[in-house]
Design a protein around this ligand. Structure first.
Ligand SMILES: [Cu+2]
Length: 125
């Protein structure tokens, strides 16, 4: 009786270890993360929208475009910068790590209202 049980028990252990290893392998794969697209356009002398709300830890792709002339999008505290060229789309990817308010502005002189061309990214929990 004893002789016939032992190989079966050993076999079960190997099967269990195999199943565990397989499961652990899947569990360690990085989760598939959806990247949210956020569009920001610009024209003399505003960003549309000028206020963005993002979630801490959520990756977003900011799609930038300009309707009239070359503009700059700069959020120095977030180390983000892109040039917006008419007829082209620029992308900035961001995963905010801190909650708070981060100003952005146009850093390419675009005319009389350039100095007032700004906005803010608010990062929430
Ligand atoms: Cu400007």
């Amino acid at each position: 009786m004893k002789r016939s049980i032992q190989p079966v028990a050993a076999g079960l252990l190997v099967a269990a270890a195999g199943a565990f290893g397989f499961t652990a392998g899947w569990a360690s794969d990085p989760p598939v993360q959806k990247i949210r697209m956020v569009k920001v356009s610009s024209k003399r002398y505003e960003f549309i929208p000028a206020q963005l709300t993002l979630k801490k830890g959520e990756t977003v792709d900011i799609e930038l475009s300009t309707e009239d002339i070359v503009m700059g999008f700069s959020a120095p505290e977030l180390k983000l910068r892109a040039t917006m060229v008419p007829g082209q789309v620029s992308h900035l990817r961001l995963t905010p790590q801190e909650v708070g308010r981060f100003d952005f502005l146009c850093d390419v002189f675009c005319g009389a209202g350039h100095e007032d061309m700004n906005g803010a990214i608010t990062v929430v929990e």
